[in-house]
Write a protein that binds this ligand. Structure first.
Ligand code: PEP
Ligand code: MG
Length: 574
């Protein structure tokens, strides 16, 4: 069968269970305007009650992500404007089904037209709620997903959050869909539960109810009615991967030393909610706290105390290990609905991050955030990091403002309490790292942006997927320069871009002299496992060989060879 896009990695085996949201073949008997009002009010009330019981179920089973998503659904459905729009349609003579369809379509379009991909994805949530309301009015059952008691693979055009929330996760072994992206609520739920998920499969008609199926979301393959030997091969692989996870967790307790240097592995987070991802992982702290998310998820600026609450929760949770708070990094693909910064021709090269923070009208937003961060020093080790630094003058000005806010708070933190550093994600800094070195305690390499700026290649454009590669020799040369300058000047260098968790890249980065990796929390044990596997291998030959390569493809080939020779075969699946 055709391959798709892997949304959540893993392997699942089960029987096909097709989810249909199409209720067009069910007849609806509409009544008078008053009757339709009553029916629609009842459908909404019933659904709210159902969402509340799903929230309770999620809370009892400790699944906070599902709880939060059901809460978002409840909020959307209780929105006065949305309810009034339905009522207006009813008053104008549309029946309850038509009124709900018109209203959800209207709100879907509003969300789809928003620039931020987080908000665009909320269109699916609205569609999901609309379908559930229609099901209630039509008396159709919601696919009986809550009755399932066998291992299944869900198949649907689009997986909606209510489907996952209603099912018992232990029976869902995998998901195949036509549409869906990594930032959809359904994908986030599957990632937390660990359900392998492949989307982007255009022709689902080849899948029949009760077909036996393997979702191989490691190699991006789907096997329909596999023969017994294929089935056994995959069962063995699932067992091997489960065993590997246990080994990785055990090993992650130990400190890692390579050539006498302690190597740290930390987590990247977007807020206190992400703390739960650390429960099975042994982290050496937080290497990147993307604080812009507290700004993105609201409809006005968060106060100093709201920010302090969020940041200090994380700092307290890590107590002795450092927490790196990055100042607001909006712009590019992250825009605030309540802040109009004007239309830009090239938003990723535009008025963003530290640039807007240092501009007169917005300096106060920056100062408020710095105060909230500085107040955390009483609760643990705080590191403050400035994003998108391009020039030394920007860095000096940002530090000047930080010092003024220390004076305002009448504090004088020592290096144990507070260190200050920058993201190195703009080539001007990577090339001239030594000019910035005197002013920082640490560098953190942001390969996501550094790759796009070095290669003039939009990180968001799927058409440029091949070109956008951190294995490109030019990117590697810059990464090496930053590490060298850091090591020569006793400045800590970490990497918080996606490259840091790439299985192939980890040996190379170690060979380059990187001593701190900051990755998605669920990858911490994996990175430690790979580091442990290479700690007594001489890596200089690998570095020499990579430095001779001309293309990212050639570099990857060398790294794959290294993986095959020195690492357990299973690491290719990590
Ligand atoms: C980066 O650019 O590598 C990075 C970690 O920051 P973000 O992905 O938030 O831009
Ligand atoms: Mg960045």
């Amino acid at each position: 069968m055709q391959s798709g896009i892997v949304i959540v990695k893993g392997i699942g085996i089960g029987e096909v269970f097709i989810i249909s949201t199409d209720s067009s073949n069910i007849e609806y008997n509409s009544g008078t305007i008053e009757e339709e009002h009553l029916k629609s009010t009842k459908a909404i009330a019933d659904l709210i009650e159902e969402l509340q019981s799903l929230k309770e179920k999620a809370s009892n089973s400790g699944n906070t992500k599902i709880f939060e998503i059901m809460e978002v659904h409840e909020l959307l459905l209780s929105d006065e404007e949305l309810i009034n729009t339905i009522k207006e349609h009813l008053d104008n003579g549309l029946d309850a089904i038509e009124s709900i369809e018109q209203t959800t379509r209207h709100y879907e379009n509003i969300f789809l037209n928003m620039e931020d991909s987080y908000f665009q994805e909320r269109a699916v949530d609205i569609r999901d709620l609309g379908n559930q309301l229609k099901n209630k009015l039509l008396g159709s059952k919601k696919n009986d997903i809550d009755q399932i008691e066998k291992e299944i693979i869900l198949v649907a055009d689009e997986i909606q959050p209510s489907i996952i929330a209603n099912a018992d996760p232990k029976w869902i072994k995998g998901i195949i869909s036509k549409q869906g992206s990594e930032t959809s609520h359904a994908a986030i739920m599957c990632k937390t539960i660990g359900i392998p998920f492949i989307s982007g499969i255009d022709d689902l008609s080849v899948l029949q109810i009760d077909d036996s199926i393997i979702v191989d979301a490691l190699n991006n393959q789907i096997h329909i009615n596999p023969d017994i030997s294929t089935l056994n091969r995959y069962r063995d692989l699932i067992k091997e991967l489960d065993d590997l996870k246990v080994t990785m967790t055990e090993l992650s307790n130990q400190n890692i030393y390579i050539s006498g240097n302690r190597i740290q592995v930390q987590g990247n987070i977007a807020g206190p909610d992400d703390l739960r991802f650390f429960s099975n992982q042994n982290s050496d702290g937080v290497g990147l706290y993307r604080t812009e998310f507290i700004f993105l998820k609201r409809d006005n600026f968060p106060s100093e105390s709201a920010q302090f609450e969020a940041y200090s929760t994380v700092v307290k949770a890590f107590n002795k290990s450092p927490v790196t708070l990055r100042t607001i990094d909006i712009g590019g693909d992250k825009n605030l609905s309540y802040l109009d910064l004007g239309i830009e021709q090239n938003p990723f090269l535009g008025y963003r991050a530290i640039r807007f923070c240092l501009d007169g009208p917005y300096e106060n937003i920056f100062r408020t955030q710095l105060r909230a961060m500085l107040r955390c020093i009483d609760y643990g080790k705080v590191k403050i990091m400035f994003p998108m630094i391009t020039t030394v003058s920007e860095l000096k000005r940002a530090k000047e403002i930080l010092n003024e806010e220390c004076e305002n708070l009448q504090i004088n933190p020592n290096k144990e309490q507070l260190s200050v550093g920058i993201m190195v994600e703009v080539p001007s800094v990577a090339i001239c790292a030594e000019l910035f070195a005197p002013y920082v305690d640490f560098f953190s390499i942001g390969t996501n942006d550094l790759t796009q700026y070095t290669l003039a290649t939009d990180r968001m454009n799927p058409k440029l997927k091949e070109l956008y590669s951190y294995f490109n020799p030019a990117v590697l040369k810059l990464v090496q320069n930053i590490i060298n300058v850091g090591n020569e000047n006793n400045i800590e260098v970490s990497m918080c871009g996606e490259m840091a968790s790439n299985t192939l890249a980890i040996p190379l980065l170690t060979a380059m002299g990187l001593k701190c990796f900051s990755v998605s929390p669920t990858f911490i044990n994996k990175v430690k496992y790979i580091l442990n596997s290479i700690n007594d291998i001489n890596l200089s030959a690998l570095l020499d060989e990579v430095s001779l390569q001309e293309t990212s493809g050639d570099v990857k080939y060398i790294l794959e060879q290294f993986q095959e020779k020195y690492l357990s075969k299973k690491t290719q699946y990590l």
